[in-house]
Write a protein that binds this ligand. Structure first.
Ligand SMILES: C[S@@+](CC[C@H](N)C(=O)[O-])C[C@H]1O[C@@H](n2cnc3c(N)ncnc32)[C@H](O)[C@@H]1O
Length: 285
C-alpha cells in the first residue's frame, strides 16, 4: 500500500509498513502489537494479543450493560479495529461485525486474525480512506463502537467520526465511543507531543524515532476532547441522543464535576484509564 494513502500519524504508518513485511502473524504482533496494546516482548503471540482484546471486550460489554443474548442478534461497527485485537472477540459475540480502519494493511491483518481466532463469516471490513467518513449506509448497525482510536485522529476528524457513528447507527441502536481528555500531566505531555510529532517528520531521524515506543507514547495522542466539547458538537450538529451516559474512571474528580456536562447520566468503572472517558448513547427511535 502506497504511503500517500496513509493519512494517520507516523507510528501507524510505520506499523502499517511493518505489518506488510511479515508473513507470520506472531511476528506482526512482536513487531507492531505494542502500538495497539502496549505489550512488548520477543515471545508474544497473536493468541496472547487477541486474548488481551477478549478480556477488554468482555469487561466493557459487561459494565456497559450489553446483554449477551441480544448481542447474538445484533450488528456491530468497530471504528479503528487495527489488526483485530478486539475484532475477533466481537465476531464471536455479535451476529455481524464491520471492522473499519484508516490503514488498509491493518484490515488485511484483521481478516487474518479473525480467521484464526474469531468467526470470519461474520466479518466484513471497510476502509476509512479519508480518516473521517464511514463508507457505510445510514441506520445500518445496532452498535457502533470505538476504542483508543478517536484520540489518534485530528480533533475535527474525531468529531466528524462521532457524527458518522450516529449516522450509521439504527434508531434505538447504541453508540459507544472512547475519547482521551485533559489530565494534569498534560502540562508537560501536550507540548512534548507537539514537538515529537514535528520531529517524526524529519527525514531518516523521524522514521527511527517513530519506531521508538517512548516517542509514540509522547506523540500519538493527536487530540484531547473533553465531554463538554463532544456534547457541544452533538448539539451544534443537531444530533439527538437518548439515555446518554458519560463513563469515567471510578473515583476520578471528573465524576464529581460530571465532566462539566448536565443532562447526562454519570457512570463509573475502575477499568477506565484516568485520561479516558466514554460516551454511550442511543439514537432516538
Ligand atoms: C491504538 S489502535 C486501537 C486499535 C483497536 N481499537 C485496539 O484496541 O486494539 C488505533 C487504531 O486507529 C486507527 N486509526 C487512526 N486514525 C484513524 C481514523 N481517522 N479513522 C479510522 N481509524 C483510525 C489506527 O490505524 C489504529 O489501527
Amino acid at each position: 500500500m502506497a504511503d500517500e494513502h496513509r493519512h494517520q500519524h507516523v507510528p501507524w504508518k510505520a506499523a502499517g509498513r511493518a505489518s506488510e513485511r511479515h508473513v507470520d502473524p506472531d511476528s506482526v504482533v512482536r513487531d507492531t502489537g505494542w502500538v495497539f496494546n502496549n505489550a512488548t516482548g520477543d515471545q508474544l503471540t497473536l493468541e496472547q494479543f487477541v486474548d488481551s482484546g477478549e478480556q477488554e471486550v468482555g469487561a466493557y460489554l459487561q459494565y456497559f450493560g450489553f446483554d449477551p443474548t441480544e448481542n447474538e442478534k445484533s450488528s456491530l461497527v468497530e471504528i479503528g479495529s487495527g489488526i483485530g485485537r478486539m475484532t475477533a472477540s466481537f465476531t464471536r459475540r455479535f451476529a455481524s461485525v464491520v471492522a473499519c480502519d484508516l490503514d488498509a494493511s491493518f484490515l488485511d491483518r484483521c481478516r487474518e486474525t479473525v480467521k484464526s481466532f474469531g468467526a470470519p463469516e461474520r466479518l466484513s471490513t471497510s476502509h476509512v480512506s479519508d480518516g473521517r467518513s464511514l463508507a457505510l449506509d445510514s441506520e445500518s448497525a445496532d452498535v457502533v463502537f470505538s476504542y483508543i482510536t478517536l484520540q489518534h485522529c485530528n480533533p475535527e476528524d474525531a468529531l466528524h467520526l462521532t457524527s458518522e457513528a450516529f449516522r450509521v447507527v439504527k434508531p434505538g441502536g447504541r453508540v459507544v465511543l472512547n475519547y482521551r481528555t485533559w489530565i494534569g500531566r498534560d502540562v508537560v505531555l501536550f507540548p512534548a507531543g507537539v514537538i515529537t510529532r514535528v520531529l517524526w517528520r524529519v527525514p531518516f531521524f523521524g522514521t527511527w524515532l517513530s519506531r521508538q515506543r517512548w516517542s509514540t507514547r509522547l506523540g500519538w495522542q493527536a487530540n484531547r476532547l473533553s465531554p463538554r466539547a463532544v456534547v457541544r458538537h452533538l448539539v451544534q450538529n443537531g444530533i439527538k441522543v437518548s439515555t446518554p451516559q458519560l463513563w469515567f474512571r471510578t473515583g476520578h474528580r471528573r465524576v464529581a464535576s460530571k465532566g462539566g456536562v448536565s443532562g447526562f447520566s454519570i457512570r463509573t468503572f475502575e477499568g477506565i484509564d484516568p485520561s479516558h472517558w466514554w460516551l454511550i448513547a442511543r439514537r432516538p427511535d
